[in-house]
Design a protein around this ligand. Structure first.
Ligand code: GCV
Length: 646
C-alpha cells in the first residue's frame, strides 16, 4: 500500500529516456498565479522525469524551455522549436494548459512540439452532486472533498483536484448538488462566503472557476418572502441584491446552476410561469455581475401513473423547451443531458440539441457511473461521449454535429475522497477523457485512453495492449449483459445497481417497457408517442422505421414481438440471450486478463482492481441470469443453444 494519502492519478510522472536538453533549464517570465503554477508544474514534472532539478533562470543562452507569459486572457498557447530550445508562449491560463500538454507529451514519448492549441469550448465543467454533510448523491468514490459536517473544505487535496482538472482541460466546477438541500441553500448567505472566496482562489490558481447550484425557492427559504414567483418584484430584487453581495465577496464566481421544476425541485411552473421567465429572472441578477446561468432541461412528469400510456417521458424536454427557443437571455445556457431520458447505458442523442437555433446549450454527460456499474464495473464511457459529440443533428447545412452545436460541455463528477479519487483505478479514464474531449472533441477515444493508460500505469507495452482494448470495449460489454437494445431501466429502484426487470414498471417515473408474453417496448414512432418526430429529417424517418432504426436502439424506439427477425436472421429474443452470454463471458475475460498484469503493476493498484473485477463478474452473472430468465419466463421461447436459463 502506498504511503501517499491519495493517488496522483495521471499526474504521477515517470522517468523518461532520451529527455530533450531543454528539460535542464527553464527560462521563465511568469507573473500571474496561473503562470507561476505552470512553472511549478514544469519544474516538478521535469524533476520526476529526468531525476534532475532544472535550473530556473530569467535569461539564458543555451538549450532551454523558454516560457513566455503574454497578456492574452484566453486559454490558448503556442510552442515553437528553436534549435535545441523550445518556446512556450501564452497568457496565464494558456501557459498552464501548455505546461500540462508538454508534460503529457513528454511522458507518452513525444519529442517534437510545435504549433498552437486552444480549447474548443470556453466552459468545460464538472458538476458535483455533493451535499454539505459530506455525502455525495450517486457518489461511488467516497465522501465529498468539498464539504464535511456543513463546512467548506480547502487545502492540498483541493489544490490537487484543481491540478487534475487543469491537466486534462477542465476549467469549471459546480461544487454542490443540483438537489440543493438543507445547509447548501445557505451557501447564498454571508456565513459561507469567506470560505467560498478562499476556495475560489485555490481553484483559480489552476484556471478552474467556481459555480454554485442554487435553489429556485431561496427567496422563500432565506429571504422571508412568501413566494418565489419570478415575475414578483420583491423576488427579482432579492435575487439581484443577494447575487450582487455574493459576487462582492466571491468576485470570480462563474455563475449558478439550477434544477427547477424537476423531480420535486421548486421552479417557475408553480407560479404559472415558463421556464424562460424563471431562467431570465435569475440570468438578469447574474448578468450585472458578469455571471452565467446554467438552466437544466431535465423537466418531466415524475409522478406519472404507470397506467397512462400516452405520456412519454422521452418527449418532455423538447416539449417544454423547443417552443421557447430564442426566449432566453444571452447569459443563459440550457443544460441538456446527452439523451432524452436519464444517462442510460444506451439512449439516442437528445433531439433538443437540434431544436435550439437561437439559444445556447451545454451538454451534460454523467461520468459518475450511476447506471453503468457504479465504478465497480469497468465501463469506459469515452467512446460513447465521443460518438455523441460527433453525432449529426441535420438541423442546418454543414457543421451540424452535436460538437458544433453546443456552446459548452459538463459532466456529473465521479470523484470523491477515496484513495484513487474515482472508486475504480480504471475509472479515472472517464474523468480524464471527458476533459480531453471538452478541449478537443475530435480526439479519438483510442488516443485518449492510450494517453490515460500510459500516464497512469506506465509505458510497458503489455499494459497498454491489455488495457486499451479492454477499456474501449467495456461499455459495449456492459451494454450486452444489462438491459437489452436500448430499453434501459431494468435496474433496482433507488440505488440503481443490479438487475430488476420490473423495478420501475409499476412506478411513477415514466420509464416503462410494457412487456407482455409476446412483445416488449414502447412505440415511439408517428403511430406511437410521436417522439421520433422531434428529430429532424432524415433522423426522424430513420428512427421511425424498424428497418432503418439502429438495432442497438430498437427497443428504445419500437414495440416488437420477441420473434422479430433481426438483420442477421436471429430472433430478437435469441439476440437478447446471446448478448447476455457473450457480455458476461467478456467480463470474465477482463478479469482473467487483469491477472496477467500482476507483475507489472503496483500491488495496491492490482489488488483494488482485482476486487472490482470479482464484483463485476458476480454482478454480470446476476444480470445475465436474471434478464435471460425473465425473458424466457415471459416468452416461453427457449435458447436455441440450450444454455442454462432458469
Ligand atoms: C441529482 C437522476 C438521478 C438523481 C439526480 C437526477 C438529476 O434522476 O437518479 O440522483 O439528481 O438524475 O440529474 O437531477
Amino acid at each position: 500500500m502506498s504511503s501517499m494519502e491519495y493517488s496522483k492519478l495521471w499526474l504521477d510522472w515517470r522517468r523518461i529516456s532520451d529527455a530533450p536538453d531543454f528539460m535542464k533549464t527553464i527560462c521563465a517570465e511568469a507573473h500571474s498565479a496561473q503562470g507561476k503554477a505552470a512553472l511549478s508544474e514544469l519544474r516538478e514534472g521535469f524533476v520526476a522525469m529526468t531525476g534532475d532539478e532544472p535550473a530556473i533562470l530569467s535569461e539564458c543562452s543555451g538549450a532551454c524551455l523558454h516560457m513566455v507569459e503574454t497578456d492574452d486572457t484566453g486559454e490558448g498557447y503556442a510552442f515553437s522549436a528553436q534549435g535545441e530550445s523550445l518556446r512556450l508562449e501564452g497568457g496565464p491560463r494558456g501557459l498552464l494548459y501548455g505546461a500540462f500538454d508538454l508534460l503529457r507529451g513528454l511522458a507518452v514519448g513525444k519529442r517534437c512540439f510545435n504549433g498552437s492549441a486552444a480549447p474548443r469550448y470556453p466552459l468545460r465543467m464538472l458538476d458535483h452532486w455533493d451535499n454539505m454533510d459530506g455525502s455525495v448523491e450517486r457518489g461511488y468514490a467516497g465522501n465529498s472533498f468539498f464539504f464535511e459536517d456543513g463546512r467548506i473544505l480547502n487545502g492540498p487535496r483541493i489544490r490537487d483536484y484543481a491540478r487534475l482538472l487543469a491537466s486534462c482541460g477542465i476549467n469549471g466546477c459546480c461544487i454542490n448538488n443540483v438537489n440543493v438541500k438543507a445547509e447548501a441553500v445557505r451557501l447564498m448567505t454571508p456565513k459561507h462566503w469567506p470560505a467560498l472566496a478562499e476556495l475560489a482562489r485555490t481553484l483559480e490558481e489552476y484556471g478552474v472557476g467556481l459555480w454554485l447550484s442554487v435553489s429556485f425557492a431561496a427567496p422563500m427559504e432565506l429571504g422571508g418572502l412568501e413566494t418565489a414567483d419570478p415575475m414578483d418584484e420583491r423576488v427579482c430584487r432579492w435575487w439581484a441584491d443577494t447575487t450582487a453581495a455574493l459576487y462582492n465577496a466571491v468576485p470570480n464566481l462563474g455563475g449558478f446552476l439550477v434544477k427547477a421544476d424537476s423531480e420535486g425541485r421548486p421552479g417557475p411552473f408553480t407560479y404559472g410561469r415558463t421556464q424562460a421567465e424563471g431562467a431570465n429572472m435569475l440570468a438578469r441578477a447574474l448578468a450585472k455581475q458578469g455571471g452565467k446561468l446554467l438552466w437544466r432541461c431535465f423537466v418531466y412528469n415524475c409522478t406519472q401513473d404507470w397506467r397512462d400510456t400516452r405520456t412519454d417521458r422521452a418527449r418532455a424536454q423538447c416539449d417544454h423547451f423547443a417552443p421557447l427557443d430564442g426566449h432566453f437571455d444571452d447569459n443563459v445556457l440550457l443544460q441538456i443531458k446527452n439523451g432524452p431520458v436519464d444517462f442510460q447505458p444506451r439512449e439516442p442523442v437528445s433531439p433538443l440539441f437540434g431544436r435550439l437555433e437561437r439559444t445556447s446549450s451545454i451538454i451534460e454527460f454523467q461520468i459518475a457511473q450511476e447506471y453503468t456499474g457504479q465504478q465497480k464495473h469497468l465501463c469506459c464511457l469515452i467512446p460513447m461521449f465521443r460518438d455523441i459529440l460527433q453525432f449529426r443533428l441535420y438541423h442546418r447545412p454543414g457543421n451540424d454535429r452535436v460538437a458544433d452545436t453546443v456552446s459548452a460541455v459538463c459532466a456529473v463528477s465521479n470523484m470523491g475522497r477515496d484513495f484513487n479519487w474515482t472508486g475504480h483505478d480504471l475509472a479515472g479514464a472517464n474523468l480524464y477523457g471527458f476533459g480531453r474531449l471538452g478541449w478537443n472533441p475530435d480526439l479519438t477515444a483510442e488516443e485518449i485512453v492510450r494517453e490515460y493508460t500510459v500516464l497512469s500505469f506506465g509505458d510497458d507495452p503489455k499494459i497498454t495492449e491489455t488495457l486499451l482494448p479492454m477499456q474501449l470495449s467495456s461499455r459495449a460489454v456492459y451494454e450486452k449483459y444489462t438491459a437489452p437494445l436500448g430499453i434501459g431501466w431494468m435496474v433496482n429502484p433507488n440505488h440503481h445497481y443490479g438487475p430488476n426487470p420490473d423495478g420501475y414498471e409499476y412506478d411513477r417515473w415514466g420509464t416503462y417497457h410494457r412487456a407482455t408474453n409476446t412483445e416488449i417496448g414502447v412505440e415511439r414512432g408517428p403511430r406511437g408517442t410521436g417522439y421520433t418526430m422531434q428529430y429532424r429529417l432524415p433522423l426522424s424517418a430513420i428512427y421511425a422505421d424498424i428497418d432503418t432504426c439502429p438495432e442497438e436502439l430498437l427497443l428504445f424506439f419500437h414495440r416488437l414481438p420477441y420473434t422479430y427477425i433481426m438483420k442477421d436472421g436471429r430472433t430478437l429474443i435469441q439476440r437478447v440471450y446471446d448478448d447476455h452470454f457473450e457480455g458476461c463471458a467478456a467480463a470474465e475475460e477482463f478479469a482473467r486478463k487483469w491477472e496477467e498484469l500482476e507483475p507489472l503493476l503496483p500491488q495496491d493498484v492490482f489488488e483494488r482492481v482485482r476486487l472490482r473485477f470479482d464484483e463485476q463478474c458476480r454482478s454480470a452473472r446476476e444480470w445475465r441470469d436474471v434478464i435471460n430468465s425473465w425473458f424466457f419466463r415471459r416468452s416461453g421461447i427457449p435458447d436455441v443453444h440450450g444454455r442454462e436459463i432458469y
